[in-house]
Design a protein around this ligand. Structure first.
Ligand SMILES: Nc1ncnc2c1ncn2[C@@H]1O[C@H](COP(=O)(O)OP(=O)(O)OP(=O)(O)O)[C@@H](O)[C@H]1O
Ligand SMILES: CC(=O)N[C@H]1[C@@H]2OC[C@@H](O2)[C@@H](O)[C@@H]1O[C@H](C)C(=O)O
Length: 374
């Protein structure tokens, strides 16, 4: 199938879209990919939605308005990639994968009462996207897993496994978006994946609040500062780090812990250095849950462009840390490509989540397809 995958991640910075030819098990061809950045007003409104989400009814007007604008940006991205693919002589897409924008993620957690239900909420109007692109839309990838007691995230691991089939194992693929997530691919075929902890999300918030920047470009602020040992000492005791997988995070899950640890009282540069150091500590803590050490870490997502983050990872992890580009992958497009693979799996009824990834009770199909022949 030819599918344009999309991902609008927790950083709220824009939507990535990528053309992929895949049967959901193998990736036959990777085509053009782009990122359509969100304008500041949409970023701001989405950020506000994260805060409001727990109390919002699904028909809230502000939410519907954000959803319509978000969906339009996705249509623009998909239509642009379809055009780029056509110009490159590639066949027209048959479907688009629409992850939507997560505004709330609160799956079942240890300590929840028996029978308590988890919740995950991605906004996005699949019917409007189908009209605006003329494509079938695979969407709603997470809710079946959460309803079955899984974490609903991360979902990209099975696609990482498909892309990495020829790479030496054991291998760790680390995505540093707003939140960090890792996929461990074992030499015996083990697929283990979970969220590591906060990555760029709190750093973006800090850069904005303390220095008036959208994000810490190239890690300049963090590189000029010193990580605060006392704050890190308090953060390291956060129970999430030692908690065995499966586990996943909401974009805001660490905000309170960071404030309580005193991270917000530091100077702009020391605060940034501390948040970077903590993101790396979370990744090192994640590695303690692996059954064997990986040969290397391949890093995707915007965090790989933060040189302070890459240095902190190299200093904290025992194995080589490299951007995914060393394997010939595109670290900006990877999540969108993975969702294209997931959409193909949805179309074929193949599982997209597993006991080792989301903690689903068994391998589970997921996602729904709208407006198609499939
Ligand atoms: N040149 C750069 N220097 C430093 N950081 C950068 C750079 N470019 C991007 N980033 C960081 O990466 C973030 C975007 O990363 P990415 O697009 O991978 O996240 P996402 O897909 O929204 O999140 P998630 O993977 O959690 O869903 C930005 O918010 C910024 O913090
Ligand atoms: C609920 C949700 O949207 N989670 C995202 C988020 O962004 C990174 C991390 O947290 C990961 O668990 C997930 O995205 C990836 C792409 C996934 O589901 O595989």
């Amino acid at each position: 199938m030819r599918i344009i995958g999309t991902m609008s991640g927790t950083s709220l910075d824009g939507v990535d879209a990528a053309w992929v030819e895949t049967d959901g098990e193998k990736v036959a061809q990777l085509g053009p990919a782009i990122t359509v950045p969100y304008e500041p007003a949409l970023r701001r409104d989405l950020r506000r939605l994260l805060e409001l989400a727990p109390g919002l009814p699904p028909d809230d007007q502000f939410l519907r308005d954000c959803e319509a604008r978000l969906t339009e940006r996705h249509a623009a991205a998909i239509n642009r990639v379809a055009l780029d693919a056509q110009r490159a002589g590639l066949p027209a897409p048959e479907m688009a994968a629409f992850h939507g924008q997560t505004i709330l993620h609160r799956p079942r957690q240890p300590g929840d009462a028996a029978g308590a239900e988890g919740r995950t909420w991605q906004i996005g109007d699949a019917a409007a996207l189908s009209r605006q692109t003329g494509l079938s839309i695979a969407h709603d990838f997470r809710s079946a897993d959460v309803a079955a007691g899984g974490q609903g995230a991360p979902l990209v691991p099975v696609a990482h496994a498909a892309l990495a089939h020829a790479l030496p194992k054991p291998l760790a693929v680390l995505n540093l978006g707003g939140v960090g997530n890792v996929t461990f691919l074992g030499s015996d075929g083990t697929l283990l994946a979970f969220d590591t902890g906060p990555a760029n999300g709190p750093l973006d918030d800090w850069a904005r609040r303390s220095a008036g920047r959208d994000y810490d470009r190239d890690g300049n602020l963090a590189s000029a500062g010193q990580a605060d040992g006392a704050v890190l000492g308090r953060l390291m005791n956060h129970p999430f780090l030692a908690q065995p997988p499966p586990k996943s995070l909401d974009r805001l899950d660490f905000d309170r812990a960071l404030r309580d640890a005193g991270a917000h009282e530091l100077s702009p540069k020391d605060g940034a250095a501390t948040l970077v150091a903590f993101a790396a500590i979370c990744v090192a803590a994640a590695a303690r849950h692996f059954p064997e050490p990986p040969l290397q870490w391949l890093v995707a997502g915007g965090g790989r462009r933060n040189s302070a983050m890459m240095r902190a990872l190299a200093a904290t992890l025992a194995e080589p840390v490299r951007p995914v580009e060393v394997a010939g992958w595109n670290g900006d497009a990877l999540e969108a490509q993975c969702f294209a693979v997931l959409a193909a799996r949805t179309a074929r009824g193949l599982p997209i989540s597993f006991p080792g990834t989301t903690g689903a009770p068994q391998p589970m199909p997921g996602g729904r397809i709208l407006g198609g022949l499939l």
